[in-house]
Design a protein around this ligand. Structure first.
Ligand SMILES: NC(=O)c1ccc[n+]([C@@H]2O[C@H](COP(=O)([O-])OP(=O)(O)OC[C@H]3O[C@@H](n4cnc5c(N)ncnc54)[C@H](O)[C@@H]3O)[C@@H](O)[C@H]2O)c1
Length: 271
C-alpha cells in the first residue's frame, strides 16, 4: 500500500547487497512511496551483481562508493544530485563490517588494524557522509539521515565483538553531528536499533541463529523483520517525523525494555 509518503523526495540508499539486506527492503518501500534515489555500495559488492536487479526494479542509478573514502563519497553526493535533479532529502547509512568477526578473532584478542577497519567502515563512514553532505550543502532543509544500529551499543553481547564499540560510536556520531547539522541546515540524524535480522552481515556473527531465537523468545512482539524496519525508516524519511532528531530509536518488538519473558523463564523453572 502506498500513501506517497516520499513523493517528490530524492535519496541516497547505501548497503543493499542482496534481497535479504535491510537496505534492499528500504529501497523497495521508498520506491513504492514515490521517492527517487541512487543506490550505492562498496565497489567490491558490485561484483556480485545483485544490486543491478534492485536498480532495474526501482529505476535507480548505481553509484559505487567505498564509504570510508571521502573522495568517493564526494562523487556520490555530487553525481546523485546530478542524476536526481536537485538536492537530497534523505540518506540511508546501512553499512557494517568487522574483519575481527569475519576471522573469528575473540574480542579480547582483537587485531587492532582490523579493529580500526571496523570503526572506519561501520561508524566513521557516517561522519564522513555527513561531513561531505554538509560541506557540499547537498541536502534540502528538513532532510533526514538514518543509520542502522544494534543494542550491543548499550549492553554487552559477547559474540558481537568490536562491532559493539563501532555501534556505540555510530550512535554518538548521530547525536554529535545531529546537533551541528540540525543547527546549520535543519537536517535530522537518527539511528534505528534493529532486532537481529537474517542477512549477510547478521548471519556472519557466531551463534546468530541461536541468538535470533533467544531474542524472538524475549520480545513480546517477536523480532522485527527487515520489512518492518524498512517501513519504520520510511516514516523517518517522511515529513511526519520532522522534529525527531539525534535519537537512537529501538525497533525491536519490545526486546530492549523486556527484563525477562515467560518463555525464557520456563527453561529455568525447577520441576
Ligand atoms: N542483520 C542484523 O541482525 C542487524 C541488526 C541490527 C543492525 N544491523 C545493521 O544494519 C546494517 C545493514 O546490515 P544488513 O544486516 O542489512 O547486512 P548486509 O550485509 O546486507 O549489509 C551490509 C552492507 O554494508 C556494505 N559495506 C561493507 N563495507 C562497506 C564499505 N566500505 N563501503 C560501503 N558499503 C560497505 C556491504 O556491502 C553490505 O551491503 C548494518 O549497519 C548492520 O550492522 C543489522
Amino acid at each position: 500500500m502506498s500513501n506517497n509518503l516520499l513523493k517528490g523526495k530524492r535519496g541516497i540508499i547505501s548497503g543493499a547487497l542482496d534481497s535479504n539486506s535491510i537496505a534492499w527492503k528500504i529501497a523497495e518501500k521508498a520506491s513504492a512511496q514515490g521517492a527517487t534515489f541512487t543506490l550505492t555500495n562498496a565497489p567490491i559488492a558490485m561484483r556480485m551483481g545483485e544490486i543491478k536487479k534492485l536498480a532495474e526494479q526501482t529505476k535507480s542509478e548505481i553509484i559505487p562508493a567505498d564509504a570510508t573514502n571521502v573522495e568517493e563519497l564526494t562523487n556520490l553526493f555530487s553525481k546523485s544530485q546530478e542524476v536526481l535533479g536537485g538536492k537530497i532529502d534523505f540518506v540511508l547509512h546501512s553499512i557494517g563490517m568487522s574483519p575481527n568477526i569475519r576471522k573469528n578473532i575473540p574480542y579480547a584478542e582483537s587485531n587492532y588494524d582490523f579493529y580500526m577497519k571496523s570503526i572506519d567502515v561501520s561508524a566513521l563512514s557516517l561522519h564522513k557522509m555527513l561531513n561531505v553532505a554538509m560541506k557540499m550543502d547537498a541536502m534540502n532543509e528538513w532532510g533526514s539521515v538514518v543509520a542502522l544500529s544494534y543494542i550491543a551499543a548499550q549492553r554487552t553481547y559477547p559474540f558481537y565483538g568490536d562491532m559493539a564499540d563501532a555501534k556505540a560510536m555510530l550512535e554518538s556520531i548521530v547525536r554529535s553531528f545531529g546537533y551541528h547539522y540540525g543547527k546549520a541546515r535543519k537536517i535530522r540524524v537518527n539511528s534505528v536499533s534493529q532486532s537481529p535480522t537474517k542477512t549477510t552481515a547478521g548471519s556472519g556473527i557466531k551463534g546468530f541463529e541461536d541468538f535470533f531465537n533467544y531474542a524472538q523468545a524475549v520480545s513480546p512482539l517477536g523480532n522485527a523483520s527487515a520489512e518492518a524496519c524498512a517501513e519504520y525508516c520510511i516514516t523517518l524519511f517522511s515529513d511526519l517525523t520532522k522534529m525527531v532528531t539525534m535519537q537512537n530509536l529501538y525497533h525491536d518488538g519490545g526486546y530492549s525494555t523486556t527484563g525477562i519473558s515467560m518463555e525464557v523463564m520456563e527453561k529455568f523453572v525447577s520441576k
